[in-house]
Design a protein around this ligand. Structure first.
Ligand code: NAD
Length: 254
C-alpha cells in the first residue's frame, strides 16, 4: 500500500516517540508531508530527519501543545514550509498515575492541560487553515480507558473520556466545513510511556502479565494504532465523523 495520503499535509503532535513517531513515519510513507510537533527537540527532529532520509517530506516544530503562542508559531512555520495543513493528529498526551486522594492538584491540572486543553488550543489554530484548504481530518487521541473505570488513573481516564466527547461536539460543528473529527481509542500499546508506567510499579513483570491477560489480543504495538490513524486521516474514512474508533485488542469485549 502507498499513496493513501498523497497531496496531504499533516501535523502530528507528540511525534518524537511512540505512537506519534510511528504515525509520522507511516503518514509520510503514504505520501503526506508531515510536521512533527513535540517538546522533545532532539527526538522530534530525528523523526523528521529519518523521514527525509527515506525520501519523504517532513519538518520538525518545537511546540508545547499547552502554549497558545508556541502553537501559533508552529502553525505559521508549517504553512510557510509545507503549505496549508489538512490533517491534524492531536496525539500528544501524558499519563498521571495515582488514586484520586493521592494525586496533587498541580498534576490533575497538568493532566487536563496536556490531554484535553491542548486539543482545543491546537484545533483552534488549525481549523481556520483547514477551512481555507477546503476541509480536512482531525484525529484526537483518546483511549479505551475512556469507557471503563480504573481506580489508579482517575485523572487520565476522565481526561480521555473528555476527548471522546469533545470530538463529538467538534464533529457536529465542523461537518459543514468538510472537516471530519474522530477519536482514536487504543488498548495498551508497548511504548516508552507504557514502560515508564511499568517501571513505577512494585512488580513490573507481574503487572505487565496482568495487563496483557486483560486484552484478548495481548499488548499492541505502535503500528497497530498508526495504521488506524492513516485510515482516519485518509479519504477512505470519508463517511466517519464523531466516532470513537476502538483499536484495543478486544479488552472492552470482556
Ligand atoms: P509517549 O510518551 O511515548 O509519546 C508521547 C509524546 O508526546 C512524547 O514524544 C512527548 O514528548 C510528547 N508530549 C508530551 N507532552 C507534550 C506537550 N505538552 N507538548 C508537545 N508534546 C508533548 O506516549 P505514547 O504511548 O506514544 O502515547 C501517545 C498518545 O496515545 C497519548 O495521548 C496517550 O495517552 C495515548 N495512548 C497511549 C496508550 C499506550 O498504551 N501507550 C494507550 C492509549 C492511549
Amino acid at each position: 500500500m502507498a499513496n493513501r495520503l498523497t497531496n496531504k499535509i499533516a501535523i502530528i503532535t507528540g511525534a518524537a516517540r511512540g505512537i506519534g513517531a510511528k504515525s509520522a513515519q507511516l503518514f509520510a510513507q503514504e505520501g503526506a508531508a508531515v510536521a512533527t510537533w513535540d517538546v522533545n527537540v532532539e527526538r522530534g527532529q530525528a523523526v523528521a530527519d529519518a523521514i527525509q532520509a527515506d525520501g519523504g517530506t517532513a519538518m520538525f516544530c518545537q511546540c508545547d501543545v499547552t502554549d497558545a503562542a508556541q502553537i501559533e508559531n508552529a502553525a505559521a512555520e508549517v504553512v510557510k514550509e509545507l503549505g496549508t495543513p489538512n490533517i491534524l493528529f492531536n496525539n500528544a498526551g501524558i499519563a498521571v498515575v495515582g488514586e484520586l486522594e493521592e494525586i496533587s492538584e498541580a498534576d490533575w491540572d497538568r493532566q487536563y492541560a496536556v490531554n484535553v486543553k491542548s486539543i482545543y488550543l491546537v484545533s483552534r489554530a488549525i481549523i481556520p487553515l483547514m477551512r481555507e484548504a477546503g476541509g480536512g481530518s482531525i484525529i484526537n487521541m483518546a483511549s479505551e480507558s475512556a469507557f471503563v473505570g480504573f481506580p489508579m488513573h482517575p485523572a487520565y481516564t476522565s481526561s480521555k473520556a473528555a476527548v471522546v466527547h469533545l470530538t463529538r461536539s467538534m464533529a457536529v460543528r465542523y461537518a459543514a466545513d468538510n472537516i471530519r473529527v474522530n477519536s482514536l481509542c487504543p488498548g495498551t500499546i508497548n511504548t516508552e510511556l507504557y514502560q515508564e508506567f511499568l517501571a513505577q510499579q512494585p512488580d513490573p513483570g507481574a503487572i505487565n502479565r496482568e495487563i496483557e491477560a486483560m486484552h484478548p489480543l495481548g499488548i499492541g504495538e505502535p503500528k497497530d494504532i498508526a495504521w488506524a490513524a492513516v485510515y482516519l486521516a485518509s479519504d477512505e474514512s470519508r463517511y466517519m465523523t464523531g466516532a470513537p474508533m476502538l483499536v484495543e485488542g478486544g479488552i472492552l469485549s470482556r
